[in-house]
Design a protein around this ligand. Structure first.
Ligand SMILES: [Ca+2]
Ligand SMILES: [Ca+2]
Ligand SMILES: [Ca+2]
Ligand SMILES: [Ca+2]
Length: 400
């Protein structure tokens, strides 16, 4: 129901936005235009007419305005304005308890938001703004990640399965830096806050020899850390692997590339050189190997596992021009001749994730994250099927 509402608002935004940008006011502001930049405003009439109140702080109780607000505009820097029929931002998950409207130069009439049970017109208890609609819901709702077979559906996957229950998992960092474990059954587990100080996040199977998938992160200072997975979807105390990693523009865990059974790491430096860091099976890495230059034409990297079914782990890379390439692993730390597996459009995705076997058909699958989240099912021979949109992300959301 919320998604439907949001779609309606976006449509209204598009329609009204066109008018707003083509009109240059030649006289004093009227209607919604009266609301100052940086604030949100409520009006006792529809369409920004009548008396107006403007706010530069969140309003847990709109007081007398609760019973007379009929239209609203959001001129804050935040994407969403969260509107609640109750005071104190009480969110009860139905149409009249919350409306999330996009920021911009258009206003909304609260009479547009009602159902058989309740309404927002003359019934607006509280309002605040947010970067994501999930924040409107108190930040307590995680991003939905539902896998076809769900949690506990099979033997542990060799990678992508942090809690070893057979369902591919995701980690989600929200705009506010909260880290969530998404176990494949729609509800997530909040692992902690403060993760916005991390500038790279990557994982691909076990690194320290206990078979539980581990996490590699780089902080703003350029230090690389390993967070040992506990096999239950969270992590133990991190281990500092070393500094100086800010010279890398991409860091990608890939699983074993050189055939010793220990998970390895790829990193591209800002000059476009690609290096392989062989894992030592104890959570850190040996001397790096230069694989080659010219990799700055590439956008995103993923370790899909063995995509082409020859028993060796491969690499998938999108190019800035939108093509998608499969680099078949040669089992000695390098790659054979690349194969184009996507002809265009892949630059729309900031992140590619090897999620393991999403549909449990024996072929590893790929997740692509732009403004939407799409699953591309792996087919025989290293090809990918048509993408299937499974979710969307909002401002600042990061999946890995
Ligand atoms: Ca799992
Ligand atoms: Ca481990
Ligand atoms: Ca290795
Ligand atoms: Ca392969």
């Amino acid at each position: 129901m919320r998604t439907k509402l949001r779609a309606a608002l976006v449509t209204a935004a598009a329609a009204l936005g066109l008018v707003a940008t083509s009109v240059v006011p030649a006289q004093a502001a009227t209607g919604f235009d009266r609301c100052p930049q940086g604030k949100f405003c409520v009006f006792d009439g529809a369409d920004g007419q009548g008396a107006m109140a403007s706010y530069s702080t969140p309003q847990p109780d709109l007081g007398a305005w609760r019973y007379k607000a009929s239209s609203v505009i959001n001129r804050t820097a935040y994407t969403w304005l969260c509107l609640y029929s109750r005071t104190n931002y009480q969110y009860l998950d139905s149409v009249h308890d919350i409306v999330a409207g996009g920021a911009g130069s258009y206003g909304i009439n609260l009479s547009d938001f009602q159902d058989a049970n309740s309404h927002l017109d003359n019934n607006l208890g509280s309002a605040r703004w947010a970067h994501t609609s999930r924040e409107c819901q108190g930040g307590t709702e995680s991003l939905d990640w539902s896998t076809p077979h769900g949690p506990g559906s099979g033997p542990a996957q060799p990678f992508g399965d942090l809690n070893r229950d057979g369902a591919p998992d995701l980690l989600h960092r929200s705009y506010e830096g909260r880290l969530w474990f998404l176990g494949g059954g729609s509800t997530g587990t909040l692992l902690g806050a403060g993760w916005n100080s991390m500038t790279a996040l990557t994982r691909h199977g076990d690194l320290n020899g206990d078979l539980d998938e581990d996490l590699l992160v780089r902080d703003t200072a350029g230090n690389l850390y390993m967070y040992p997975g506990n096999g239950k979807g969270s992590f133990g105390d991190r281990l500092l692997l070393g500094g100086g990693w800010n010279g890398m523009s991409r860091i990608q865990a890939t699983g074993d590339l050189n055939g010793d059974g220990k998970g390895d790491l790829l990193a591209r430096d800002t000059a476009g050189n690609l290096y392989m860091y062989p894992g030592n099976g104890k959570g850190s890495f040996g001397d790096r190997l230069l694989l080659g230059g010219g990799w700055n034409a590439m956008k995103s990297f993923a370790g899909p596992g063995d995509l082409n079914g020859d028993g060796r782990n491969d690499l998938v890379v999108s190019e800035n021009n939108g093509k998608l390439w499969l680099y078949p692993g040669n089992g000695r730390g390098g790659f054979g001749d690349r194969v184009m597996i996507g002809t265009g459009g892949w630059a729309a995705y900031d992140t590619l994730i090897g999620i393991g076997d999403y549909d449990q058909d024996g072929h590893p699958d790929l997740l692509a994250v732009g403004t939407v989240v799409r699953v591309y099912r792996g087919l025989q021979g290293g090809r990918l099927g048509e993408g299937e949109t499974v979710n969307y992300v909002e401002d600042g959301d990061r999946l890995f």
